[in-house]
Design a protein around this ligand. Sequence first.
Ligand SMILES: NC(=O)c1ccc[n+]([C@@H]2O[C@H](COP(=O)([O-])OP(=O)(O)OC[C@H]3O[C@@H](n4cnc5c(N)ncnc54)[C@H](OP(=O)(O)O)[C@@H]3O)[C@@H](O)[C@H]2O)c1
Length: 292
Amino acid sequence: MRILITGKNGQLGRSLQDVFAGTDHQIFAYASGELDITDQDQVGKVLTRDLPDIIVNAAAYTAVDKAEDEHEKAFQVNANGAENLAIYAQLANIPLIHISTDYVFDGNGVLPYKTDDATHPQGVYGKSKLAGERAVTETAIKHIVFRTSWVFSEYGHNFVKTMLRLGEERNQLGVVADQYGCPTYAGDLALAIKSVCHQYEQQAALSWGVYHFCGDLATSWHGFARSIFMLAEQEGVLGNRPALNAIESSTFPTSAERPAFSVLDTHSLSELNLVPSNWLVGLKKCVVCFNK
Ligand SMILES: NC(=O)c1ccc[n+]([C@@H]2O[C@H](COP(=O)([O-])OP(=O)(O)OC[C@H]3O[C@@H](n4cnc5c(N)ncnc54)[C@H](OP(=O)(O)O)[C@@H]3O)[C@@H](O)[C@H]2O)c1
C-alpha cells in the first residue's frame, strides 16, 4: 500500500517510520517544510502526485502553553490543516487516520471519558484539536480519529526525557500529583495505526469513527515520574535517583489550564482489534535509550 505520513519528524511521525520500516508498504513521509498541511494547494499537489491509499496525519501544533498566544497558528495547523487532508481523502475516497487529544475534555469528570462523552476543551490547543477532529469526521467518510494522551517516545521533547534530564541535574524534584491521565508510548500508537492500515488492506469492514488510544494504567504526573526513575535505576541509566516531591498543580502555574482528570476509556478499541498501550513496557524501551 502507498501510505502518506505528515509530520514525519514528530514523536509519532518518527515512530510510524520505525514500524513501517522493512514492510512492503511504500511510505511517503513529509516534514512541515516538505508538506505544510495548512497549504491547501500544496496538499492537493503532493497527494495527487503520490496517490496514497491511506493518509496518516501525525502533524500538529502541539505547544500547549504557547497556543494561548498563538490562537491563529494553532487553529491553522490543527483545524484547517486537518480539514485540507480530509477534503483530499474524501475526494479520493481513501481513509484518513487522524490524531486528537484528551484535552478535548475539561477534566472535571471522575470516570474514564468515553468516546461519545461531551467535549469541553479548556485551552486554545484543546479547542483547535476539537475543531480538527470535527473537520475530519464531518468531511471524510472514511476516518479513524485516535484521541491519545501523555505521549512519550525515544524522540523529540516529552515528559520522560525532561524528567531524566532534570534527574541528572538535581537531587530533588517537585512533580504535579493532582492531575491524572494515561501515558501512551508513541511506538504503540504507531503499531495500532499500522494494524488499521493492514486491516484496511485486507479489506476488513472497519468501523470508521472516533476511538481512544492511550496507556492501560492511569497515573498522576508524580506517579509517572516515579515509574521513570524506578526503571532508570533498574536499568542503570542514572547515577543519582532524585527525591520526588508531590506538588499541587496550583503551585506550578502554566499559561494553559490542564485537565485534572483526563483518563480515557479505551473499551471501544476492541472494535478495531486493538488493545491499549502497555506503557510500562514502552517506558523501559525509552529509558534505556537515554544518553545513547
Ligand atoms: N505529545 C503529547 O503528549 C500528545 C498528547 C495528546 C495528543 N497528541 C497528539 O498526537 C499527535 C502526535 O503528537 P507528537 O507528540 O508526535 O507531536 P510533535 O512531536 O510535536 O510533532 C508534530 C509534528 O507536526 C509537524 N507540523 C507542525 N505544523 C505542521 C504543518 N503546518 N504541516 C506539516 N507538519 C507540521 C511538526 O513539524 P515541525 O517541527 O517541522 O514544524 C512536528 O514534527 C498530534 O496530533 C498531537 O496533537 C499528543
